[in-house]
Structures are given as structure tokens and as C-alpha cells.
Design a protein around this ligand. Structure first.
Ligand SMILES: C[S@@+](CC[C@H](N)C(=O)[O-])C[C@H]1O[C@@H](n2cnc3c(N)ncnc32)[C@H](O)[C@@H]1O
Length: 364
């Protein structure tokens, strides 16, 4: 377990440790190397067919065709979209389902749920829940097996662009950062009670920020001097004053904001707890498709698929017949898929996306 970082379920913390054990490369699909303004562009081309409109800001669905294709939709199948967002992937899945097909979507954000309610289709339902409760919530409605699960991780453009949500340093707003506005601690709550050591670990582990210690020291000093950190503007200013240098074109607070968002929403823990549930839910030949935007997430997905795929972590000369080895439960469907140059140009936010796909075998 990462020392000093509270709030994480034990099982999940193991994966955090695994994920952080190799030095995370900011080049390898990490958010760290992408400017916040590029990840969540304010200006988007309205002619983009991946664009789903929203009163606050549109969301351009990433790897739309690739992810839905990866699910190998059976017209009468039952699919789960664990991250509805604004429903870009969901709508495409529905367009490929026949009259007997069914799609159940999840999102922990109430604005996403409101947007999902606009889909008037008997084959579709949406559940307000974090996806780590996926198996339990599906069991509640009598669903124990599905033909495919899609997870498009991270946050949506409407979330980042709604100043009130407190995800962005581009606006001065209450420091909230919760994807689920109905539960959990806000980033301001966390800063109110955290220790300098814990904060430095969060910023270092989740933000891959080399100046994590100085930033944590500055934040805690501000708080202990009697100035509670309650707004995004205040936090961005403290971080800017604590970082001696930063990547050109990148706001110095980018990594700190990313780290706090990941921590507050327990994003890596959610993922680690959900992947085994997907395995348990998938029928033979059912597909799992996960889009990550962060090297730590992608590492968890890659490792999970590899663990389920590798039937032998025994030495090659171990005296056991191949047939007696544990059989793979998942088979990876090719290499990681990344957006092409055209998609990245149309939607710079997509540039750190990595799609991994695996198929369930019939092994129990
Ligand atoms: C990148 S967006 C998905 C966009 C969507 N695929 C589309 O095309 O509109 C991610 C969404 O997943 C939701 N989300 C992230 N983590 C979640 C979790 N652990 N449980 C449920 N929803 C989550 C966020 O609230 C957000 O709406």
C-alpha cells in the first residue's frame, strides 16, 4: 500500500503499488505529457460526427468506431457501457443492436445520467452508480452475464468545462472535483485534513509530478497559516509559486490537478476493482474494451489482461503437462489501438488514448 495514502481499498492499493512500481513514463500514453488545454479543447469542430452536444460543452467521443467495432456487437446481445458520459459510444452500440439487443449504461455523474435519460429507446437503460458496483447493480436487475463491456475512462469535456465542478485551473471555482456530486469528499475537504506527506505522495504517484514535495509543503503551509484552500484559483496560484520550472506551454498546476482528481475519485482503485467483475460477467466470446488516458490506468488494464491470458508463470522446465496448466480466461485481441493522426488533429484530447481489447474464453 502506498504509505500515507488513505481511502484506498486494500485490493486496489495493491494495483496502485504495482502501477507505480515501474517509474511511470510520461511519454507512454500518460496525461502528464499532454497540455490540459489540449486534452479538453474548448473549441471543437461542430462537423465532427463523434461530437455529442451539451449545454456546457460538447464531448467528442474518442476512438468511437474502433471501440464499438472491438465489441464485435451481436445484434441480440446484452452490452454494458460503464462510462456513459454523453453517450457517444452508447448511441453507436444501440445503432448496431437489433430489436432483441440491450444496452445498460453506468455513470456516476448526475449530469451524464440526465443526458442518458434523453435516449428514448426501450433497449436502453442507465444506472447512476460508480462502475465498481457494476456486478452488484446488474445482479439486482437479474443480469449475471453480458456480451461485452466498454469502459472509456477519465472525465468528459462537459465535466472539465463546467467551472462549478472544480476540475479545471482555467476557472476560479469551488475546489470540488468529484465526478459523483452526491457522495465522497471534495478536493477541498481532502486538503483540509491531509498531511504534508500524504499529499506529496498523492501528487507524486498520481500526477507524476517531480516537485510534489515542494507543492505539498506550500499547500500545507497556506492551510496551516489559516487560509483554507477552497478554490481552484487559489490552488493553482499556490502550485505556480511552488514549482521552480515546468514544461513550456503547460500550466504548472496541470499535474497537481490531475493527481487530486484521480485521488478524490479513486480512479485507479475503481478500475482495479471493476476489471475482475467484467471477467465474471462476460460470456464466452464476450468482449472487454477499455480506453485509458493515463499510463497508470493503461498499465492496470494491460497487466490484468496479461495475468488472465498467461496460463503459465511457471518455469519453462517445470514438470507439468500443457493440458494441466491453468487455461487462459482472456485472450488479448491484438495490440493496443491508438487514435490516428486525423482523430488527434480533430480532437487533441484523444492523443493520449489507448484502447485495449480482450475476449473471454470459455474457461471458468
Ligand atoms: C470519457 S467520459 C465517457 C464518454 C463517453 N464514452 C461518450 O462517448 O460520451 C467518462 C465518463 O465516465 C464517468 N466515470 C468515470 N469514472 C467512473 C466510475 N468509476 N464509475 C462510473 N462512471 C465513471 C465520468 O463521469 C464520465 O462521464
Amino acid at each position: 500500500m502506498t504509505r500515507g495514502v488513505k481511502n484506498a481499498p486494500t485490493k486496489a492499493s495493491l494495483s496502485l503499488k504495482q502501477a507505480s512500481s515501474k517509474k511511470a513514463s510520461s511519454k507512454a500514453a500518460g496525461l502528464g505529457s499532454v497540455k490540459e488545454s489540449e486534452k479538453y479543447p474548448l473549441e471543437v469542430s461542430v462537423s465532427n460526427s463523434n461530437l455529442v452536444s451539451d449545454p456546457v460543452s460538447p464531448h467528442i467521443t474518442v476512438l468511437l468506431d474502433e471501440a464499438v467495432h472491438a465489441l464485435a456487437i451481436k445484434p441480440s446481445g446484452l452490452y454494458v457501457d460503464g462510462t456513459f458520459g454523453r453517450g457517444g459510444h452508447s448511441r453507436k452500440i444501440l445503432s448496431q443492436l437489433g430489436p432483441e439487443g440491450r444496452l445498460i449504461a453506468f455513470d456516476r455523474d448526475l449530469t451524464a445520467i440526465e443526458s442518458g435519460k434523453e435516449i428514448n429507446d426501450q433497449r436502453f437503460s442507465i444506472i447512476h452508480s460508480h462502475f465498481a458496483s457494476m456486478q452488484a447493480r446488474l445482479t439486482d436487475i437479474g443480469v449475471t452475464q453480458v456480451d461485452g463491456v466498454l469502459l472509456d475512462l477519465g472525465i468528459s469535456s462537459p465535466q472539465i468545462d463546467d467551472a462549478e465542478r472544480g476540475f479545471s485551473f482555467r476557472y476560479d471555482a469551488p475546489l470540488d472535483m468529484r465526478m459523483d456530486q452526491t457522495s465522497g469528499q471534495t478536493a477541498a475537504d481532502f486538503l483540509r485534513h491531509t498531511t504534508e506527506q500524504q499529499l506529496a505522495e498523492v501528487i507524486k504517484n498520481y500526477g507524476e509530478e517531480r516537485f510534489a514535495k515542494s507543492i505539498a509543503r506550500a499547500i500545507i503551509k497556506e492551510r496551516d497559516d489559516g487560509r483554507a484552500i477552497t478554490t481552484t484559483g487559489q490552488l493553482a496560484q499556490i502550485v505556480a509559486g511552488a514549482v521552480p520550472r515546468f514544461e513550456s506551454g503547460q500550466n504548472p498546476a496541470t499535474r497537481t490537478f490531475q493527481a487530486l482528481r484521480i485521488f478524490v475519485n479513486q480512479e485507479l482503485e475503481e478500475l482495479s476493482l471493476t476489471l475482475p467483475q467484467c471477467l465474471g460477467l462476460l460470456k464466452p466470446q464476450g468482449r472487454l474494451a477499455v480506453i485509458s488516458f493515463h499510463s497508470l490506468e493503461d498499465r492496470i488494464v494491460k497487466q490484468f489482461i496479461r495475468d488472465q491470458e498467461n496460463r503459465d508463470d511457471l518455469p519453462s522446465n517445470f514438470p507439468v503437462r500443457a493440458a494441466d496448466l491453468p487455461q487462459p480466461k482472456l485472450v488479448s485481441m491484438g495490440k493496443a489501438i491508438k487514435p490516428g493522426a486525423q482523430e488527434v488533429k480533430a480532437n487533441p484530447r484523444s492523443r493520449s488514448a489507448v484502447l485495449r481489447v480482450a475476449e473471454r474464453t470459455s474457461v471458468l
